[in-house]
Design a protein around this ligand. Structure first.
Ligand code: 5RP
Length: 227
């Protein structure tokens, strides 16, 4: 069984009738959306808000009712993937290029469940290059300021031209190797003019669900306890 799929299907058990649900982006969130589509087909009554155009299109194809922030103010539960997660449930996201919408949705959510396979948990964040979304105008300056924070910044490309997010921005992948002080780094990055946001999701996740290669599913609650 696919590790991402079993984590996603476990997370879908937390859905209840009447909820507004945040739909994540990426190959793990794909399975969650698929499972939510199945539950909706079987009668579950929810409304959803997506973190990317791709996830929204997927959800619509499955008949999941989609709403926007014009219609809702808070989200009951968001289920999303991650690139790295540590035992304090601190997370790096944005590998799939959707960090800004993901953070807006996570920030409006009463509960955020992160779904990953067993390669994503790490002792220390930073091996995965931290994605930073920057405005195209003057991005060269933002790249230099990011470098001054101690990383190797790499502009993300797609077919040899800058990759564009759903918001029309660029992504700079920042290779830190190790992130010793995530809170301070998050603040320093977001202070750079031209940076829109970065992929550190700190103190946002309530639960991490891990699909393992032996078919087991682990859940970490807010305190990093296996449950
Ligand atoms: C997209 C994300 C994804 O959730 C993250 O990159 C994990 O992706 P996947 O589930 O495909 O491994 O943050 O911006």
């Amino acid at each position: 069984m696919d590790r991402k799929r079993i984590a996603a299907e476990r997370a879908a058990r937390y859905l209840r009738d009447g909820m507004v649900v945040g739909l994540g982006t990426g190959s793990t969130a794909y399975w969650a959306i698929r499972e939510i589509g199945r539950l909706v087909r079987d009668g579950l009554s929810i409304r959803a808000i997506a973190t990317s155009k791709q996830s929204e299109a997927h959800a619509r194809r499955l008949g999941i009712p989609i709403v926007s922030f014009a219609e809702i103010d808070t989200i009951d539960l968001t289920i999303d993937g991650a690139d790295e997660v540590d035992a304090d449930l601190q997370v790096i996201k944005g590998g799939g290029g959707a960090l800004l919408r993901e953070k807006i949705v996570a920030g409006a959510s009463k509960e955020l469940i992160i779904i990953v396979d067993d390669e994503k948990p790490v002792e220390q964040l930073g091996k995965f290059p931290l994605p930073v979304e920057v405005v195209p105008f003057g991005f060269e300056l933002a790249v230099r300021r990011l470098q001054e924070l101690g990383c190797k910044p790499v502009l993300r490309l797609h077919e040899e031209i800058p990759f564009l997010t759903d918001n029309g921005n660029y992504t700079v992948d920042c290779h830190f190797g190790r992130i010793e002080h995530p809170i301070e780094l998050h603040t320093a990055i977001n202070r750079i003019v031209g940076v829109v946001d970065n992929g550190l999701f700190l103190n946002m996740a309530n639960r991490v669900i891990i699909g393992c290669s032996d078919g087991a599913v682990k859940e970490w609650d807010k305190h990093g306890d296996a449950v």
